[in-house]
Ligand binder design. Structure first.
Ligand SMILES: Cc1cc2nc3c(=O)[nH]c(=O)nc-3n(C[C@H](O)[C@H](O)[C@H](O)COP(=O)(O)OP(=O)(O)OC[C@H]3O[C@@H](n4cnc5c(N)ncnc54)[C@H](O)[C@@H]3O)c2cc1C
Length: 298
């Protein structure tokens, strides 16, 4: 194997990089801090036929207990910067939404307040078209730069195929930059909106527990995935160290020592019951890394 770029380290416990805190190690972790370093890592991984995956804040990610036999990328330095350009905020894919909301508020720029409820990065939010409280990334994204081993492409919500919790950003692509088009407003008013959203969040979702946000996409009918699973009697249902949140049935908590296999077992049970009771095939929102999936034996 050729020498790895300097920002690469072997055998890294990815559970440290996810909010739910389960799963095994990655064969390599890369922390590129510039576009040049990112390109170097992608070229190296491509030449070595290694799979790659980006981890943002790991807030919608379930890693296999066996780990990930590839390169996990964590964007740092310039690739996590946040800058103002008139009414735009231009940020690296690794910038956290919390930091973007804070900076935009200080600059008197409105439109990304909903990001205060989403504990992820700009890149993860573009890839997932993350949203909350009636706002979605596609509403404010002007243009994102997406890099792969073969070069880069840039586009807005149309080109990136952004719809409900989906985009066409591929598994081997990296959202390196996002430009958000915002509008001027009074910082005090923006602050009040953010505070209101944070309050609503605290009231509705489990707090101070390890989760990865919504397990399932809402199926689109009258009932949300969470309400369906609540009606199936699944609140508090546990397997190993994982349990379906007693507060909100569309969340799974690591209640202590959970393995990803425990989470998968709960997801399989939830999907089975939703199918039986409502005839609905739930589609998971959480992204998976490594040899893991819902078709595995429970
Ligand atoms: C308490 C809690 C509340 C949440 N509430 C919401 C909510 O209200 N609305 C909502 O939409 N989501 C919510 N989430 C889920 C999650 O925060 C979002 O999906 C978020 O966009 C994930 O961003 P991330 O950077 O952490 O991505 P990760 O979880 O690290 O990764 C998610 C996917 O994006 C990919 N990815 C990450 N960064 C990049 C990049 N730079 N380039 C290419 N691909 C990338 C990963 O490979 C993976 O496929 C919540 C999660 C938690 C824990």
């Amino acid at each position: 194997m050729s020498a790895a770029p300097a920002c690469v380290e072997p055998d890294y416990p990815v559970s440290r990089l996810t909010t739910v805190g389960t799963g095994g190690p990655a064969r390599f972790l890369a922390r590129p801090g510039t576009g040049g370093e990112l390109a170097e890592v992608l070229r190296w991984a491509d030449a070595e036929a290694l799979d790659i995956a980006v981890v943002g804040l790991g807030s919608n990610l379930l890693v296999a207990d066996e780990g990930y036999d590839g390169v996990v990328l964590r964007l740092a330095g310039e690739l996590a910067r946040i800058e103002r350009d008139g009414d735009r905020v231009v940020c690296g894919g690794g910038a956290s939404l919390a930091a973007i909301v804070k900076r935009a508020t200080g600059w008197g720029l409105s439109g990304i307040e909903f990001g205060c409820a989403i504990p992820g990065t700009a890149g993860g939010a573009v890839r997932m078209n993350a949203g909350a409280y009636g706002g979605e990334l596609r509403d404010v994204l002007e243009r994102a730069v997406v890099v792969g081993a073969g070069g880069e492409r840039a586009g807005g919500p149309e080109e990136l195929g952004m719809r409900y919790r989906h985009s066409n950003v591929g598994a081997r692509e990296v959202v390196a930059e996002a430009a958000l088009r915002l509008r001027p407003d009074e910082p005090e008013r923006i602050r009040a909106t953010v505070a209101g959203m944070q309050r609503r969040r605290r009231e509705a979702q489990p707090a101070k527990v390890r989760t990865f946000g919504s397990v399932w996409k809402n199926p689109g009918g009258e009932l949300s995935a969470g309400r369906m699973l609540e009606e199936c009697g699944l609140k508090g249902f546990a397997r190993g160290g994982a349990r379906i949140s007693p507060v909100h049935a569309n969340f799974i908590e690591n209640a202590g020592g959970a393995r990803s296999a425990d989470v998968i077992a709960l997801m399989q049970e939830a999907r089975r019951r939703a199918r039986e009771r409502f005839g609905v095939e739930l589609e998971h929102e959480v992204q998976m890394l490594g040899p893991i999936g819902l078709e595995m034996p429970a």
